[in-house]
Design a protein around this ligand. Sequence first.
Ligand code: C2E
Ligand code: MG
Ligand code: MG
Ligand code: MG
Length: 285
Amino acid sequence: KAKDTGRDAIKFFDASIQQALTQRNVIESALKRAEALQQFHLCYQPQMDARGKLIGAEALLRWTKEDGTSVPPSVFIPVAEDCGLIESIGAWVIKAACSQLVQWQMQLLPPNVHIAINVSAKQFTHVNFVSELLMTLSVTGADPHRLKIELTESAILQDIRAAREKILRLKAAGIQFSLDDFGTGYSSLAYLKQLPVDQLKIDQSFVRDIHSDESDAAIVQAILAICESLNIEAIAEGVETREQLQFLLKHGCRRFQGYLLGRPVSAEQFVERYLLPRTNKKRSR
Ligand code: C2E
Ligand code: MG
Ligand code: MG
Ligand code: MG
């Protein structure tokens, strides 16, 4: 009897692995054509200061298939990383964000407001990353001082010295850096000290239960203290409630991103909601 159950379990295991592999293959082959079919677009989510003033916009990639369904980046980015598509998709994201920046930077974007883009570890560690990014900036005419790159710890840990050097070269051009999902990877204070990043993004998993979970609250306070003493900006992500915002404010956080402040929206909606002066909006209604 026990043997039977074991065999069933193996069969089930095989079937679910098979299913997962098939799903990956389906995503992979559809993903290969997505760019040519113009199925990608960027959404923008506002980042705000303690007074609710806009300080930035995070560009978030969206993939809508021909049947109208969309695949979330948490599903297709890992597949793209595994099958070697991330470099070209990442290059598309950079071009699209830079073109958007050029459209906005002349009049609409208030001073010091930046666009943040996510760069995956594989993309960042690629040898040509720096030169291609600088090339895209000069071809599009996007202002490097308006660009922020969000990296995860995994992008840096593979080779800290190489990462440091790349960051420094891009910072010399005016680009800013943020460490995304901070606290979820193999954070080490030793490497943080060596990295010339401008900002840490407190991961949303710590913000979620900031009220009910004492260790989450302690972790957030510790990250804020680290930022303070290393003179790095902190931004909290995944802020969904007033209570979370209050707690963060009380503990010295001054930058926020999350559904409470605004969900990711299309470029057109972003202009309408966050970049046009309020008076104009009222008049046009
Ligand atoms: P991330 O960079 O940490 O981005 C934040 C994610 O949290 C986004 O999910 C955003 O829509 C979501 N979010 C924002 N506010 C809230 C909130 O208040 N509550 C909750 N529950 N979620 C919130 P999204 O757009 O699905 O992206 C997921 C991840 O996919 C991103 O995490 C990033 O790691 C990756 N990603 C997205 N776009 C790109 C891209 O262009 N390139 C690369 N390499 N990765 C990307
Ligand atoms: Mg991000
Ligand atoms: Mg994040
Ligand atoms: Mg994340």
